[in-house]
Design a binder for this molecule. Structure first.
Ligand code: MG
Length: 207
């Protein structure tokens, strides 16, 4: 049952963190795309996957973007305001991320979790008296199953995530509301609400 104080779970990569301008330069630098390539995450993924080893290349690019190049990523507009309003409304927020310690094929060996926490700190997200969150509100899980288990364990009323496949996973906990964050827009899908911005999310979830 959703109450005023039910926790809100939010995903990390591509939900809080906007890597859109990091993917293309990284893929170009790795020699996977022509230097004149223009496009965000979805365009890069689509372009890479046309090659026979495209899936591996996509994983390699992600390993670098979510690790050594994390600091080029920006905070999505409105996240900070959302957290501040959630704190005012006394709605606990947890960040729940499917994130391994090391990136696939990342030869720099960057610890992705350490990079993520450092980035959040850098963005001022751990100014607890403003945002209401600190490191203890951030959970990294090694796989999607662990992530969904954590959502249930924390008693989240809702999960905000950019991946429909997470929200539609058969193991998605019963009774938790599904909320798709789709900054580029999305076709309506049954069983989930869809929001294109954090401002919209704040109005819809926090009033
Ligand atoms: Mg994500």
């Amino acid at each position: 049952v959703t109450t005023r104080s039910s926790p809100i779970g939010i995903d990390f990569d591509n939900t809080i963190v906007d890597y859109d301008r990091v993917f293309a330069p990284t893929a170009v630098e790795m020699g996977f795309l022509p230097s004149d390539f223009v496009g965000g995450k979805i365009a890069v993924r689509r372009a890479l996957r046309t090659a026979s080893n495209g899936e591996e290349r996509w994983m390699r690019v992600q390993g670098r973007v979510y690790g050594p190049r994390m600091f080029e990523a920006r905070l999505f507009d409105g996240v900070r305001a959302f957290l501040i309003r959630a704190r005012e409304r006394e709605r606990p927020v947890f960040v729940i991320s499917h994130k391994t310690e090391r990136g696939h094929f990342d030869e720099t060996g960057t610890d992705l979790r350490v990079a993520a926490l450092a980035w959040m700190d850098d963005q001022g997200l751990f100014r607890t008296d403003e945002t209401g969150i600190d490191r203890s509100r951030v959970f990294f899980e090694p796989d999607r199953t662990g992530k969904l288990r954590r959502v249930a364990e924390l008693g989240c009323a809702i999960l905000v995530d950019d991946l429909p496949e997470v929200l539609e996973d058969p193991a998605f906990p019963v009774g938790v509301e599904r909320c798709l964050f789709a900054p580029a827009g999305a076709e309506p899908r049954s069983g989930m609400r869809i929001h294109a911005s954090w401002r919209e999310l704040a109005d819809a979830l926090l009033g």
